[in-house]
Write a protein that binds this ligand. Structure first.
Ligand SMILES: [Zn+2]
Length: 667
C-alpha cells in the first residue's frame, strides 16, 4: 500500500475521535439522534483543526445505512462498515460531492451545482455537498445558490468549511447553522501525537513530542505534518526512528527557548555585551532575524502570562489553568516562570511591546540584523527607566516649593566638573544644597537597584560601582545643549531616549535629553579672564561674523537666523549663546554642518579656545505654563497646575503642560 501521510492515515472516522471540538460534535450527534437535520452548515475556524473531517463524519452519519439505535449503530456515530460509510471514507460515494471552492468559485460552476442538486440522490438518503474554502465563492455565485438554500429540496445538505466565515454573505449565513471550531489545545494535540508515535513504533521523548505539539500551534494537521517530516529525517535505532528535540528544532529552524532565557538574564544583569554576543551566535549560526524576533516575541508573551498567572521562579503556581493560558509544556512553563521572576509585569509588557515592534519592522527593513540587535539592546535600556511615579515619590510632597525647585538644579551644580567653572545656566542656583541622586531616566537605576530608599549623599560619588554604557551622558543632564569639539557621542543615547519616550515607555512631555555629553578635555583650557577683550572681539562682532558665515553657506539660512536672533555673551572663557529655540529644535537647526561652520569661523577670528555653549530658549519654555495658568483660573488646567505633584514633575523635567483633559466631565 502506498504511504499515507499521518494526517490522512489517522484522520478521525468518528465524532468521538475528533480532538478538541466537543462543542461541535456533541451538538451534531444530538441533532442526528433527534432527526433535526439542517440544510446548510458552516464550519469555520483555523486550518487543520478538523472542519473537513467533521463534515465527512457528518456525511457518513447522515447517509449510513444503519439506523441510529440499531445493533450495528447504537449511537449517532456512523457504523463505519456499511457500503455508504466505506465509500464516503474512501471518497468514492456518488451522493457526497466534495468541491474545492477555491478553484470552482465562479457563477458557472455554482449554477451547475445548483442544477444537479435538483435531482434526487442516486442511492443514499441525502445528496451532500461539501464546499471547502467556501469564502472564496464569488458574491454572484453565492446569490445563485441562495434560492436553493431558501427552499431546499428535502434531500440536500450543504456543508461549507471556511477559515473566514465573515466573507460569506449574511444572507447565506443566516440560512445555515454556524459552528465555530476552537484551536486544538496543546494537551489534546500532545495526547494524539503520543498515541500516534506509539502506534507507528516511533521512539520519542516528552520534550520532542511537546515541541511538535507546540509547533502545531493549535492545528492538529500542522503538528502531524511536522511529525511526518521529523520521522523521515530521524536516525533509526534498533529499527525504530528516534525523535529528539534538537533535531526537530533544526527542522523547524527554531532555537531552544533556553537562549531567550539567557538573553533575559543578561538584560536583568544589565549586560549589553552579553546580549549582543548571544545575538551574534544565533545569527552566525544561520538563524534569520525575523524568525528569532518571532520566537522572542512568543517567549516574552509567555513570560508575561507566567508573571500574571503567578508562576514562580521555582515553578510554583503551575496548574491546569496556566497550561490553558500558555499552551506550552510544563518544562517551558517553568522556564517562563524563571525568566518572569526577574522582571515586573510592567517591564515585561514594555519588552513585549518593543519586540513586537521590532518584529513588525523587520518585515520591511533592509538591515534586518541591526534592527534585531537594536531591539534586544532596547530591552537592556528599558530596564534602566524608572516609572515617573517612582521618581516623583522621591521628592518631598509637603509642598515646600523652594526645596523642590532646587532639586533638579542642584544636580547640575553637583555633577558639573569642578575643573572648568562653567557658569550654571540658571543664576539662582544653590550649590550648597544637599544634592539628590541623578534623576535622569538612565541614571536613576543604580539607586533603585543598589540602595532603594534613602537619598544618597550628593558628593562627588563616582559612578564606578556599576559601569554602564549609556550612563555617562545622563550625569550631565544640565538643561543646556553643549556642543563640544569632540565627536558627539551622546547621539545614540539621545535616539534611544527619544525612542523610549516616543513609544510611551516614559510619559514625559519634554525630557532632558542632550545633544552631546560634556566629555572632559584632557587639558582643560586655561581660565580666561572674564572680560570681553580677551580675544579682541566683542560678542556683537562674533555674532555678526558667524551669521555672515552661515548666511553665505549652503542651506544654513535657519541656522543663520537662529544665531542672529540669539543673545551672545562672552563670559568666563565661554561664549554663551542664548537662542529662542527649544532643545529639540536647537539640535535640528544647529546641525553638525552648521556647528562645524560656526567653530571654523570662531577659529579664524582667534576665539577658537573659548568654549561655545548654545542654550535653548529657557525664557519661552518657562513662560508658557504661566500663560496657560493665567488663561482660566478655576479650570481643570489651573487645578492641575496647582497640584504639587504636577509642579514637581514640571520642575523635574523642565516640562511644559500643553493639554489637560478633565475626565470627570465625561463620566
Ligand atoms: Zn454506515
Amino acid at each position: 500500500m502506498a504511504y499515507q501521510v499521518l494526517a490522512r492515515k489517522y484522520r478521525p472516522q468518528r465524532f468521538a475521535d475528533v480532538a478538541g471540538q466537543d462543542h461541535v460534535t456533541v451538538t451534531l450527534m444530538n441533532a442526528l439522534t433527534q432527526g433535526r437535520i439542517a440544510h446548510g452548515y458552516i464550519f469555520s475556524g483555523h486550518r487543520g483543526i478538523g472542519k473537513t473531517t467533521i463534515a465527512r463524519i457528518l456525511a457518513m452519519a447522515l447517509n449510513c445505512r444503519n439506523t441510529i439505535g440499531s445493533e450495528a449503530r447504537p449511537t449517532a456515530e456512523p457504523c463505519e462498515v456499511c457500503e455508504s460509510c466505506t465509500e464516503i471514507r474512501s471518497g468514492t460515494a456518488v451522493d457526497v460531492i466534495e468541491i474545492d471552492a477555491a478553484t470552482n468559485r465562479g457563477i458557472d460552476e455554482i449554477r451547475e451545482l445548483r442544477d444537479a442538486a435538483r435531482y434526487r440522490p442516486a442511492r443514499d438518503r441525502y445528496k451532500i455537498y461539501i464546499l471547502d474554502e467556501a469564502h472564496q465563492i464569488t458574491d454572484a455565485a453565492f446569490n445563485a445558490l441562495l434560492k436553493t438554500l431558501e427552499e431546499p429540496p428535502d434531500h440536500i445538505v450543504f456543508m461549507m468549511a471556511t477559515t473566514q466565515p465573515e466573507d460569506i454573505p449574511q444572507t447565506v449565513r443566516s440560512r445555515c447553522q454556524h459552528f465555530s471550531f476552537h484551536a486544538v489545545k496543546l494537551v489534546d494535540i500532545l495526547a494524539q501525537i503520543r498515541a500516534i508515535a506509539d502506534h507507528e513504533g516511533v521512539e520519542a521523548d516528552d520534550a520532542a513530542l511537546a515541541l511538535l505539539a507546540e509547533a502545531g500551534d493549535g492545528s492538529m494537521r500542522d503538528a502531524l505534518s511536522i511529525m511526518d517530516q521529523a520521522i523521515a529525517s530521524a536516525p533509526v535505532e534498533d529499527g525504530k526512528p528516534r525523535l529528539d528535540a534538537a533535531q526537530i528544532r533544526e527542522l523547524m529552524g527554531t532555537v531552544p527557548s533556553a537562549v531567550f532565557e539567557r538573553v533575559l538574564e543578561a538584560v536583568d544583569a544589565n549586560r549589553s555585551a552579553d546580549v549582543i554576543t548571544i545575538a551574534n551566535e544565533l545569527l552566525d549560526a544561520g538563524n534569520s532575524p525575523a524568525q528569532l524576533a518571532r520566537q522572542c516575541v512568543r517567549y516574552l508573551r509567555n513570560c508575561l502570562i507566567a508573571k500574571i498567572a503567578g508562576i514562580g521562579a521555582d515553578g510554583t503556581g503551575l496548574d491546569g489553568n496556566t497550561t490553558e493560558l500558555l499552551q506550552i509544556s510544563s518544562d517551558e512553563q517553568r522556564r517562563a516562570g524563571r525568566s518572569a521572576s526577574l522582571f515586573t509585569e510592567e517591564e515585561l509588557t514594555r519588552f513585549l511591546q518593543v519586540m513586537l515592534r521590532t518584529f513588525d519592522e523587520l518585515g520591511y527593513r533592509q538591515e534586518q540584523r541591526f534592527h534585531f540587535e537594536l531591539g534586544l539592546l532596547k530591552l537592556v535600556h528599558l530596564r534602566r527607566l524608572l516609572p515617573v511615579e517612582e521618581i516623583l515619590s522621591r521628592f518631598p510632597t509637603s509642598g515646600s516649593s523652594g526645596s523642590g525647585a532646587e532639586a533638579p538644579r542642584t544636580r547640575t551644580a553637583a555633577t558639573a566638573p569642578q575643573s572648568t567653572p562653567r557658569p550654571a545656566p540658571v543664576p539662582s542656583v544653590a550649590p550648597s544644597a544637599p544634592a539628590k541622586p541623578a534623576f535622569s531616566p538612565f541614571g536613576g537605576d543604580s539607586s533603585r537597584r543598589v540602595v532603594p530608599a534613602p537619598p544618597q549623599p550628593a558628593a562627588p560619588k563616582p559612578v564606578s560601582e556599576t559601569p554602564k554604557i549609556v550612563r555617562e551622558p545622563a550625569k550631565q543632564s544640565a538643561p543646556v545643549a553643549v556642543l563640544e569639539p569632540e565627536e558627539p557621542k551622546g547621539v545614540s543615547a539621545l535616539e534611544i531616549a527619544t525612542d523610549l519616550v516616543g513609544m510611551g515607555a516614559i510619559s514625559v512631555p519634554d525630557p532632558e535629553v542632550y545633544v552631546a555629553p560634556a566629555v572632559e578635555d584632557p587639558t582643560p583650557p586655561p581660565p580666561v579672564a572674564p572680560t570681553q577683550e580677551s580675544a579682541g572681539q566683542s560678542a556683537d562682532d562674533l555674532q555678526r561674523t558667524v551669521v555672515e558665515a552661515l548666511s553665505s553657506a549652503k542651506s544654513q539660512g535657519s541656522a543663520a537666523d537662529a544665531m542672529g536672533d540669539a543673545e551672545w555673551l562672552i563670559e568666563g572663557g565661554e561664549i554663551r549663546v542664548q537662542t529662542n529655540l527649544s532643545k529639540t529644535m536647537l539640535s535640528m537647526v544647529i546641525n553638525p554642518d552648521a556647528d562645524r561652520i560656526i567653530r571654523a569661523t570662531l577659529r579664524t577670528v582667534g576665539t577658537g579656545s573659548l568654549k561655545l555653549t548654545l542654550l535653548p530658549g529657557a525664557a519661552g519654555a518657562s513662560s508658557a505654563p504661566k500663560k496657560a495658568k493665567a488663561a482660566r483660573s478655576g479650570s481643570a488646567q489651573a487645578k492641575a497646575l496647582d497640584h504639587p505633584v504636577v509642579q514637581q514633575a514640571q520642575r523635574l523635567f523642565n516640562a511644559e503642560i500643553r493639554n489637560v483633559i478633565d475626565l470627570s466631565d465625561n463620566d
